[in-house]
Design a protein around this ligand. Structure first.
Ligand code: ATP
Ligand code: MG
Length: 565
């Protein structure tokens, strides 16, 4: 069994959960409070799924709670649209923050008071250097930084200037407030980091109340402290910021002392998981929007038909470690297929139709045959599928001169039509260009339901639809958004976009039972894959997205690995 399978079966065990178990056992924590802290500057993606499942999952497992907190300290990039989509996405994934919805902007007044506290203690100062000048004096990993000429201003002068910053007396970038820590620190984050910058920008929530905004680093740890977060879990890039968060916590009269733990980000092959890059894909029109079914956003995956349970399984399966890694996208698809196999009802649809006329079937007649909705779930019952003299089958299910291992239809050959009859191809009719346009077949009425009473066997079973009853619709077939597993590894990542990531198939023919499908509902088109109805559908023209094909390339890789071991 692979590690991922073990985790799915036995429940998650990872270093963070071990720490929590130990903290609870030793009485270092009485309860567990976590939080998921997105910045509302884009849509959530599959990387966030890992973080959401980890934080909300831990709260559930340990009987604690998980807050949803918007880290909204940068009014320039943040929008209400993103706030709304994030809440909707977290709920759709199956998690609930109850009454614990917070915004870092709710703490602006408290943070401001704490900034004054540090000034009063001589631990913060107003700097007139520009952002570029500050950066230039920051030093490197090997060389210390350089003190600002404004570092030794008096407490009174700093207080006066900071209050005037708040009052709007200065222009953007004219001054900043910095923590006075150590310009020679081995950790660059401790070299007098910026706490406040001037930004005459309207904030989605606080409007024009503020023209100075706290930095993320001055906000994050204190927000955790205000909310009494016990285990503040984040990704590894914040590991080097932890000493700074701890410095603020130690030097401020905060109501609690959260501890931060870092884990490695989720990376997924054949895609990008960075809001910056996803925004670029949307803005430059490489995809149709944030919820384009090729996007690794929660909205995109939802529209594509990925069930929330599959995303939760995926998050559990990839586990939580500190090791940098790239997860195969085929593992995500495997999780999706696994859930859909159990839940999706089966239907028949022909994507590339070839007409079949059953010559010995009475003209003008029709009948209904019984079809199983889901062989994995007897409770899903059966449905009736109309059959008549004229049918459509998949063009690729016929070959005039079949090679050895082609077991589908060919001249003179007998196959089964699923749930219906055995048919034998008598003749292939061609157009002037020599293309096959119609098959003339005969059927054996004794094989109704799909088996021959005399016990004779056929090697192929085909899906089909009745010409008189078929619905016409569009099908969208998706492939990976990027043509290589590591987009951007050799330059501009947009150059690696897979130009064949979307294939639109018009005029597909579908069995009439599909008329009742609702948007998002999962369906298996037999032999074709899992599909779901897209919101672009109209009553006249249904549009189906292919969620994922039937073949499981991840399971294959795993099986091979097992043999090798
Ligand atoms: P991006 O780099 O895509 O902009 P971010 O880290 O800036 O992501 P935030 O909104 O700040 O996005 O993230 C909210 C939470 O989700 C953070 O705790 C962050 O660590 C976590 N997170 C973001 N991306 C990933 C990822 N790829 N894997 C795991 N967790 C992630
Ligand atoms: Mg961020």
């Amino acid at each position: 069994m692979s590690d991922a399978d073990t985790i799915l079966e036995e429940g998650p065990r990872d270093f963070i959960r071990e720490i929590i178990r130990a903290d609870l056992a030793a009485g270092r924590a009485q309860s567990v409070v976590t939080r998921f802290p997105p910045e509302p500057n884009g849509y959530l993606h599959v990387g966030h799924v890992k973080s959401i499942c980890l934080n909300f999952g831990i709260a559930e497992e340990f009987g604690g709670r998980c807050h949803l907190r918007f880290d909204d300290t940068n009014p320039v990039k943040e929008e209400q649209e993103y706030i709304d989509s994030i809440q909707e996405n977290v709920r759709w994934l199956g998690f609930d923050w109850g009454e614990h919805l917070y915004y870092a902007s709710d703490y602006f007044e408290q943070l401001y008071e704490w900034a004054e506290h540090l000034i009063r203690e001589g631990k913060a100062y107003v700097d007139d250097l520009s952002v570029d000048e500050i950066r230039a004096r920051r030093g490197t990993f090997t060389e210390p930084g350089e003190n600002s000429p404004f570092r030794d201003r008096s407490v009174e002068e700093n207080m006066d200037l900071f209050r005037r910053m708040r009052a709007g007396e200065f222009k953007d970038g004219e001054k900043v407030l910095r923590a006075k820590i150590d310009m020679a620190s081995g950790n660059i984050n401790l070299r007098d980091p910026v706490m406040y910058r001037i930004l005459h920008a309207s904030h989605p929530r606080t409007g024009d109340a503020w023209c100075i905004y706290p930095t993320y680093d001055f906000t994050h740890g204190q927000s955790d402290a205000i909310e009494h977060i016990t285990h503040s879990i984040c990704t590894l890039e914040f590991e080097d910021h932890r000493p700074l968060y701890d410095w603020y916590i130690e030097n401020l009269p905060v109501p609690s002392r959260p501890r931060q733990y870092e884990f490695s980000r989720l990376n997924l092959s054949h895609t990008v998981v960075s809001k910056r890059r996803l925004i670029q894909l949307v803005r430059e029109g490489h995809v149709r929007g944030w919820d384009d079914p090729r996007m690794p956003t929660i909205s995109g995956m939802r529209r594509r038909g990925y069930p929330p349970a599959a995303l939760r399984d995926f998050a559990r399966g990839v586990g939580v470690t500190k090791a940098e890694n790239v997860i195969e996208i085929s593992y995500l698809e495997h999780c999706v297929r696994d859930v859909l196999n159990k839940t999706a009802e089966r239907r028949m649809a022909v994507l590339n139709p070839l007409k079949v006329v059953i010559e010995n079937y009475p003209e003008g007649e029709a009948e209904e045959l019984e079809a199983v909705n889901n062989p994995e779930d007897p409770a899903a019952g059966t449905r009736r599928v109309p059959f008549g003299r004229e049918l459509y089958i998949e063009r690729e299910d016929f070959m005039e001169e079949p090679p050895r291992k082609f077991f589908r239809l060919a001249p003179g050959r007998e196959v089964r039509l699923r749930y219906a009859y055995f048919i034998t191809c008598q003749e292939a009719i061609k157009n002037d260009a020599g293309e096959v346009v119609e098959l003339r077949c005969t059927y054996d009425p004794a094989t109704r339901g799909g088996d021959a009473p005399d016990g004779r066997k056929v090697k192929g079973t085909l899906h089909w639809v009745s010409a008189d009853h078929a619905l016409r619709g569009e099908v969208r077939l998706y492939d990976h958004l990027f043509a290589r597993p590591d987009p951007g590894a050799e330059g501009d990542f947009t150059q690696d976009i897979n130009s064949d990531s979307l294939a639109v198939v018009e005029d597909c023919l579908m069995e009439p039972a599909l008329a009742g499908t609702t948007v998002g509902e999962a369906i298996q088109f037999e032999r074709q894959g899992y599909f779901c109805l897209d919101p672009d559908s109209t009553p006249e023209k249904p549009v189906f997205n292919r969620t994922v094909g039937l073949r499981d390339s991840w399971a294959k890789i795993q099986a091979k690995d097992r043999v090798k071991r």
